[in-house]
Write a protein that binds this ligand. Structure first.
Ligand code: GRF
Length: 201
């Protein structure tokens, strides 16, 4: 099962996925492509260090979202991609792209959705005074940070937490849950029924 991981930056989730794959713990999933919209994304070096094929698709101001997403879809199709993993990919995908890869795109978000969608989710949780937050792995639908939830991990917010300490604690959970969701998907253990995702044995 061919997986493409889409990144824009640091790539710590990508690294967690590649490490699991190396250990033979990613089920039937094979990361066959890493795509970045940023030429200088640190994650590209990580991809290369694991011997992965990379593709940089920068966006241009003059380009429509659809044009970009069309190019992206073409690359993914050329590489026979079965699952698209958004691991810190800082672009919103157009409805046509989401429909094309319906229930084949998963995202990781650093909050317990539906709380705190969008950017700066950790800061949002702190500012709100939430006592717990965490991360969510979900299928991507046409709305941002909205699709059916696959896995969630809980993190306690302590009084002395800062945005940085909270982000670090959440990231530790992300690194466990995202590879786990990919493994489950690759083993066909995720059954989507409306908003609900059933995990079968
Ligand atoms: C993570 O916090 C993830 O939840 C969010 O973007 C960040 C990506 O971090 N979607 P990294 O590039 O995987 O280190």
């Amino acid at each position: 099962m061919n997986v493409a991981v889409l990144i824009s930056g640091r790539g710590s989730n990508l690294k967690a996925i590649l490490e699991k794959e190396k250990q033979g713990k990613l089920g039937n999933a094979v990361v066959s492509l890493v795509v970045s919209n940023k030429p200088d994304a640190k994650g590209l070096e990580i991809a290369k260090s694991y011997g992965k094929k990379i593709f940089v698709l920068p966006s241009h101001k003059s380009q429509t979202r659809e044009t970009y997403d069309n190019q992206l879809a073409e690359i993914l199709e050329k590489n026979n991609i079965d699952l698209v993993v958004l691991a810190g990919f800082m672009r919103i995908l157009s409805p046509f792209f989401v429909r094309k890869f319906s229930n084949k795109i998963i995202n990781i978000h650093p909050s317990l959705l539906p709380s705190f969608p969008g950017i700066n989710a950790q800061k949002q949780a702190l500012d709100y005074g939430a006592k717990v937050t965490g991360c969510t792995v979900h299928f991507v639908d046409e709305k941002v940070d909205h699709g059916p939830i696959i896995l969630q991990g809980i993190v306690t917010v302590e009084d002395d937490d800062t945005e940085e300490t909270l982000a670090k604690k959440i990231l530790e959970k992300e690194h466990i849950l995202l590879p786990r969701a990919i493994k489950l998907f690759s083993e066909k253990k995720l059954i989507v029924e409306g908003r609900k995702v059933r995990i079968v044995n």
